[in-house]
Design a protein around this ligand. Structure first.
Ligand SMILES: Cc1cc2nc3c(=O)[nH]c(=O)nc-3n(C[C@H](O)[C@H](O)[C@H](O)COP(=O)(O)O)c2cc1C
Length: 137
């Protein structure tokens, strides 16, 4: 099974989650500036909320995907207050006809002193387990 992990981060929280996910599934955690060259069965996509939306770069990344190369997207990330970016990411994926897994990983992420230390070790372990469960069906 081919697996890719891409993420966007402003303050490092999603990078830490992406590294936990990638290590769990034997892939490399790369920034969304790294294009998907080979077809993948699963694209783990890490992203977060900024001012009530996903970052425009994440939107552009999804828009630039070649739908014939992506089996499906698995969303993961963190936010300080909102639940998850799932619907925003799915709205973009839908436009291209790329399937989104209904399962996702979401946890709290530190922002300006709120949720200090999150994602913490427990969050990272949960993200890793989530990723393993996805890959193992
Ligand atoms: C500029 C900025 C705007 C943010 N806006 C929101 C928001 O609207 N809602 C929310 O729940 N969290 C918001 N957050 C919190 C982030 O979603 C949270 O800290 C997340 O863990 C950041 O991930 P990152 O470190 O990978 O960028 C914001 C964070 C930043 C830096």
């Amino acid at each position: 099974m081919n697996i890719a992990v891409r993420y966007y981060t402003k303050t490092g929280n999603t990078k830490r989650l992406a590294e936990a996910v990638a290590e769990a599934v034997g892939a490399e955690a790369l920034l969304i500036s790294a294009p998907i060259e080979e077809p993948v069965d699963i694209l783990f996509l890490g992203n977060s909320y900024y001012a009530f939306s996903i970052d425009p770069e994440v939107r552009e990344f999804i828009r630039g995907l070649d739908s014939s190369k992506i089996g499906h997207i698995v969303n993961f990330g963190s936010a300080a207050m909102l639940n998850s970016t799932y619907n925003k990411v799915k709205a973009e994926a839908d436009k291209l006809g790329i399937a989104m897994d209904e399962r996702e990983f979401h946890c709290r992420g530190e922002f300006k002193g709120i949720h200090k230390g999150r994602p913490n070790a427990e969050d990272l372990a949960a993200a890793a387990q989530f990723a393993k469960d996805i890959v193992n069906g």
